[in-house]
Design a protein around this ligand. Structure first.
Ligand code: NAD
Length: 482
């Protein structure tokens, strides 16, 4: 039975409350937390956005969002009525003066004030400034900022600096929704609450690590924006980097926000520069009646990558010699995110069946079907003699946790509750984000300087052929995307 720990009463302001992210993730997520009894009855949500509209008009939008994005068996008419009654709307101009006095009047004293910046990062500074100038934020208030956090080191530093003018680091929650995933947190539990894995968790026993985030969607709809970013900025610098950190970090002395983030930061600082031959970039081609990347981006000469694969080295005692292969892309064969940790061969084989033997692999699956699998060797059942076969030790959470396991909260819901609790463990610290850009910048500058063009790849495949070579060259192969 899942234990729901209610959080303290809050007033949550969502800047950009009428936007796509609020509609798809934030508001449906808050509804589920309300349904689950975690959001206190006397908490309130205040949406702030540019358009003029009444509370009731906005509530109707929230109802529609719940209808669209919450599973039918979780939609309870009476609960939805109670939920929307706690929502109000303020028309506000982030860069002007309209609406701020009204917002101030709406906020209550004696409850936690949280402000979710679900708007373009170019507005972060203006909003932070007005929250503090109007005395709307107090020293206990929290702000939540969305990605992208900068597009390079200079812009990330500028964003950090503008936020720091009005808020202390302890008040700033930089969201990376990958960290809110159940499996990602389980990765830490598996590593640090068991003795089984940690003694083997090093270059001596781990052959290599693969981190894959594959998407089937293209960039249609947001192609113009995406063309200014690309897979390295949009996915690797943040999401894949965070996963890499959690695999590679040293055990923190305590499961405490700064202890964990200190260890992650050390990993990022230990990353080697990546050589040009260890980078493969791709762009999806036209396929069937589906447009290719250049049509979606609206830029026929675009050199932006919709796919990237990298071989990454961590120069420290634990990892020297164990490559981390990262890849992510759009319009690939399947929507699948996983981390696969491949162990080395046993030092000596006592069995004749060399052919049947496979390496142990710990597969951590983020989506779909969150869970873990440990691939182990056993004897093939039956009278065939000592023949070897590999089977998964399945740690699928939904199964292990029974009915309740199926109700794993979405990453956004969990992270918003962490904000209210004041727990920053699963949020990126300013120095972490800057260190990740300091690593990414020269890689990006390198291909821009060389004028490298991404390789075309057929949609519905596992990406450009060259990416296969990145591993073949080392006598390894990518796991199948499925
Ligand atoms: P959106 O364009 O759908 O919505 C933008 C919102 O900002 C609207 O509510 C709009 O009214 C408001 N807004 C714009 N200018 C304003 C101003 N001057 N004053 C007040 N309000 C103003 O954007 P989105 O997709 O919801 O994204 C919001 C943020 O979340 C962005 O930083 C985006 O990068 C990030 N993000 C979005 C997604 C997603 O899936 N949509 C995923 C990850 C991160």
């Amino acid at each position: 039975v899942s234990r729901v720990i209610p959080v303290d009463t809050f007033d949550l302001v969502i800047f950009g409350g009428t936007g796509d992210l609020a509609r798809r993730k934030i508001l449906p997520g808050l509804y589920r937390r309300f349904l689950g009894g975690q959001m206190p009855q006397d908490s309130r949500i205040i949406a702030a956005a540019r358009s003029d509209m009444s509370d009731d008009e906005f509530r109707a939008q929230v109802r529609a969002a719940i209808e669209e994005f919450v599973a039918a068996d979780k939609r309870d008419a009476a609960v939805i009525d109670e939920f929307v009654a706690r929502i109000s709307y303020v028309a506000i101009d982030a860069t002007g003066e309209n609406g701020w006095a009204q917002l101030k009047d709406t906020m209550r004293d004696g409850v936690i004030r949280a402000f979710y910046f679900s708007v373009a990062p170019s507005l972060f500074g203006a909003i932070a400034e007005r929250l503090s100038d109007h005395g709307i934020a107090d020293p206990q208030s929290r702000i939540v900022v969305e990605k992208p956090f900068g597009r390079d080191l200079a812009s990330a530093k500028a964003l950090n600096a503008v936020l720091a003018q009005h808020f202390a680091e302890e008040q700033i929650y930089r969201i990376d929704h990958y960290l809110g995933k159940e499996t990602v947190q389980n990765l830490m539990a598996v590593r640090f609450a068991n003795i089984l894995f940690e003694p083997l968790w090093k270059a001596q026993y781990i052959d290599h690590v693969q981190i894959t985030v594959a998407e089937t969607v293209g960039v249609d709809g947001r192609g113009a924006y995406y063309d200014t970013s690309g897979a390295m900025r949009d996915m690797v610098q943040n999401h894949l980097m965070q996963l890499l950190c959690l695999i590679a970090m040293e055990p923190p002395y305590h499961f405490d926000p700064n202890a964990v983030r200190d260890e992650k930061l050390k990993v990022i600082r230990a990353l080697d520069p990546v050589a040009p031959e260890d980078i493969v970039r791709g762009q999806y081609l036209k396929g069937g009646d589906q447009d290719g990347y250049v049509a979606h981006s609206g830029n026929p000469h675009s050199r932006t990558e919709s796919y990237i694969a990298l071989k990454v080295h961590i120069s420290n005692w634990r990892w020297k010699g164990t490559p981390f292969y990262l890849r992510t892309g759009k319009r690939l064969r399947a929507r699948a995110s996983e981390i696969a940790i491949t162990f080395k061969e046993p030092p000596h084989s006592i069995f004749d069946d060399a052919e049947g033997w496979r390496e142990n692999v710990l597969v951590i699956r983020l989506q779909p079907n969150e869970g873990m699998n440990l691939m182990v060797m056993i004897k093939e059942p039956g009278p065939g003699g000592m023949r070897l076969t590999q089977v998964p030790l399945d740690m699928s959470f939904a199964e292990a946790l029974g009915e309740e396991g199926e109700d794993i909260p979405d990453a956004y819901e969990r992270l918003i509750m962490d904000v209210i609790r004041g727990n920053q463990t699963l949020f990126m610290r300013g120095d972490e984000v800057e260190a990740a850009w300091a690593w990414a910048d020269p890689i990006i500058e390198g291909w821009e300087r060389r004028g490298d063009r991404p390789r075309g790849y057929e949609p519905g495949t596992s990406g450009p052929e060259d990416a296969l070579m990145l591993l073949h060259r080392d006598g390894r192969r990518w796991r199948e995307i499925r």
